[in-house]
Design a protein around this ligand. Structure first.
Ligand code: BF8
Length: 670
């Protein structure tokens, strides 16, 4: 049975975030609803929640609630659950990848000189991509190269036959495995349509066969559409490298115009950033009584602007309504994905304007100002001006005084550089650290918030426990923002959470123990990191050999299932928290775990309790270490050197007063 959400939960039961708790408490007092309260009022439908509802034709919908029951057409519970899962993955993969397609069109318009305000910020990455796609580079102007690269990327989406180009990026053994099982993907459009076709009434009825195509479609996203999104975002807006910023609702400013960008695409938000520092608009803001303009983000649009430009993040998925409830948001500008329909109605209680901008997304009650890259800067200026006009309409405000510093921006290019420097950039130090056991293994903590769980509890618990046990964390999406909120993304300052071996490595290399790798489409960076780890040598010859696990403990979106599918098909053990949407069928649950593990070396499991997740993660990592012939992990083996030891040596022989002075810059008691 799916978990019900207890009615009338306290703010502390709804979120572990003090900023969220403060706003939730206020909302409870005034009787204002949010996803937290709606989740309590709306019990999840048990038939849909376990995958046993079939509505692919109109002889039904059929609800299979008894053993051996079938749908009107005779469909079994195995077929129905597999079809439901496949369709969710198709929708998730389509969403991610369509975002990549739009970026490819923006690159095309930019390279043709038709996109207002955009330039190619990372020509080096563009040239590398060009070489990979067999686009000649030598002696050609960068824009000409850009046009051809964009056209090749656009063509990749509709590629009807053969493998997409980025399959070549995978380790040799992985490619062979995909080819052997017929999983090497064609273009995303073809793979998604294939799923919709074969799950139509009267088509594919073999659950394993349906789920094979699910992996293939997932792969066309992970190694196709999403990879295009990451590559082109870096080319257009810059490949991320570490910078300092802040997260949580306290980034909103009482005396400034606050514009929140929410959704997933960096295209318009980058232009809004440019417009919000325009001196003319800043003067206009002052005329209206504001001291300046603050731009901040929510969800993955936030991750995009946070990791590249240092634009602060107001929070993750469940902060979107809470931000409006502060009364301090003048405009919430949304693009695509993870935007709650509740926003315009909620905003009626405040002065906040909700502005939809994507040609794909209109929400009743919101103002639609459609984005067009050909006049992007003009549109961005219009939005900023509208936000400024709204500033004098503010009523009472309640901005929680809660922020945390973060250091995001760890692209795989930067990780390479960080570990080896300009001339010897390499994953060698990371591989060596895993091989010695200083780092036990690597966990990718990704994915959403879900109001049926306590916001951020599972992310926080898992990160804290795994760090202690010398596990290196890489993060994206709302998981990354959660870690930012609780101080795990402070670079050097986060060392205190790391176990002794991990800490030693981080101090020696300057690598923080928790790395922010970007937005959800940037889970492709994790695939790239894993491939580079394999290619570096010493940790097996396929992704499935690496002691690594992927987790999405608070997932809620179809995109999370798409990511899980391509990660598993790439050889990763994936653990998803919360309810198992396939639990109506043991057979299908087993195909995704034991079946896929046998076939592709990766698998998906659903685990409710975070403690159990830790146990399974460590078991898997230790099993992989053993299979590689690496020394078994020993908690106390390392950590005899490091910064703390240097500090100790420096303090040796000092009097207590001198120690205080050396440590705190003042004598004790002052
Ligand atoms: O794409 S983690 S709630 S914001 S789906 Fe959505 Fe989930 Fe957040 Fe980013 Ni990803």
């Amino acid at each position: 049975m799916p978990p019900k959400t207890k009615k009338g939960r306290t703010p502390e039961e709804r979120s572990i975030d003090p900023a969220a708790q403060e706003i939730i408490r206020w909302a409870d007092e005034v009787g204002m609803e949010s996803a937290f309260t709606r989740a309590e009022q709306m019990a999840p439908c048990p038939i849909g929640a376990n995958g046993s509802c079939c509505k692919v034709c109109f002889m039904g919908p059929c609800r299979l609630v008894k053993d051996g029951q079938t749908g009107v057409c005779g469909a079994t519970i195995e077929t129905i659950t597999a079809r439901n899962f496949a369709r969710a993955v198709a929708a998730g993969a389509a969403s991610h990848s369509d975002h990549g397609r739009d970026l490819a069109f923006t690159l095309l318009a930019t390279a043709k000189g038709e996109a207002q305000g955009y330039t190619i910020r990372d020509p080096f990455k563009l040239k590398k991509l060009a070489e990979e796609l067999d686009v000649p580079v030598e002696g050609r102007p960068i824009d000409e190269v850009g046009v051809e690269v964009a056209e090749k990327c656009i063509a990749m989406f509709g590629q009807q036959t053969g493998e997409i180009a980025f399959v070549e990026r995978a380790p040799q053994k992985r490619k062979e495995l995909w080819r052997k099982h017929g999983l090497a993907p064609r273009g995303i459009d073809r793979e998604v349509v294939d799923i919709l076709h074969r799950t139509h009434m009267g088509d594919d009825q073999d659950p394993e066969h349906i789920l094979d195509q699910t992996m293939r479609a997932g792969l066309s996203d992970g190694w196709g559409g999403s990879m295009v999104a990451t590559a082109i975002s870096d080319i257009l807006f810059g490949t991320p490298s570490p910078l300092v910023s802040q997260v949580n609702l306290g980034v909103l400013k009482e005396k400034e115009v606050n514009i929140l960008v929410h959704g997933h695409e960096p295209t318009l938000s980058e232009m809004i950033l440019a417009a919000s520092s325009d001196p003319e608009l800043l003067d206009y803001a002052k005329e209206k009584g504001a001291e300046g303009i603050t731009l901040a983000g929510i969800c993955c649009t936030s991750n995009e602007t946070l990791m590249r430009q240092g634009v602060p993040s107001a929070g993750n998925f469940l902060h979107q309504e809470l931000a409006i409830m502060t009364g301090a948001v003048d405009s919430m500008v949304v693009d695509v994905q993870c935007i709650m329909q509740a926003l315009p109605k909620l905003a009626e209680n405040f002065h906040t304007g909700i502005i939809t901008t994507s040609p794909k997304v209109k929400i009743t009650g919101a103002t639609h100002i459609e984005f067009d890259e050909h006049s992007a800067l003009d549109i961005a200026e219009e939005i900023v001006r509208k936000s400024i006009d709204n500033f004098p309409n503010r009523g009472e405000m309640r901005i929680p005084d809660v922020t945390s510093d973060v250091i995001p921006g760890f692209s795989h290019e930067y990780i390479n550089y960080m570990l080896g420097g300009t001339y010897r950039s390499s994953f060698r130090p990371l591989n060596d650290a895993i091989m010695s056991g200083r780092i036990r293994g690597v966990v990718a903590d990704v994915g959403c918030n879900n109001p049926r769980q306590t916001q951020d509890f599972a992310h926080d618990y898992l990160v804290r426990e795994l760090l202690k046990l010398d596990v290196l964390l890489v993060e994206t999406g709302c998981g990354a923002i959660a870690s930012g909120k609780y101080g795990y993304m402070l670079g050097e300052a986060a060392m205190e959470y790391a176990g002794p071996g991990l800490r030693e490595v981080c101090e020696a290399t300057g690598m923080p123990p928790v790395l922010h790798l970007g937005s959800c489409v940037d889970n492709t960076r994790i695939l790239t990191v894993l491939t580079q780890v394999v290619e570096e040598g010493g940790l097996g010859d396929d992704i499935s050999d690496v002691p690594a696990v992927g987790i999405a403990p608070e997932w809620m979106s179809e995109k999370a299932l798409a990511i899980a599918s391509y990660a598993a098909a790439s050889g990763v053990y994936v653990i998803l928290g919360g309810n198992n949407p396939l639990s109506a069928s043991e057979v299908v649950t087993d195909i995704l775990s034991k079946g896929w593990e046998e076939k592709v070396g990766g698998k998906i499991e659903f685990v409710v309790e975070p403690e159990e997740m830790v146990t399974r993660i460590l078991d898997h990592i230790d099993k992989k270490r053993e299979a590689l012939g690496l020394p078994a992990y020993e908690a106390d083996k390392f950590g005899q050197s490091g910064d703390w030891r240097m500090e100790e040596l420096e303090l040796e022989g000092l009097s207590p007063e001198e120690r205080e002075l050396a440590l705190y810059g003042q004598p004790a008691g002052d």
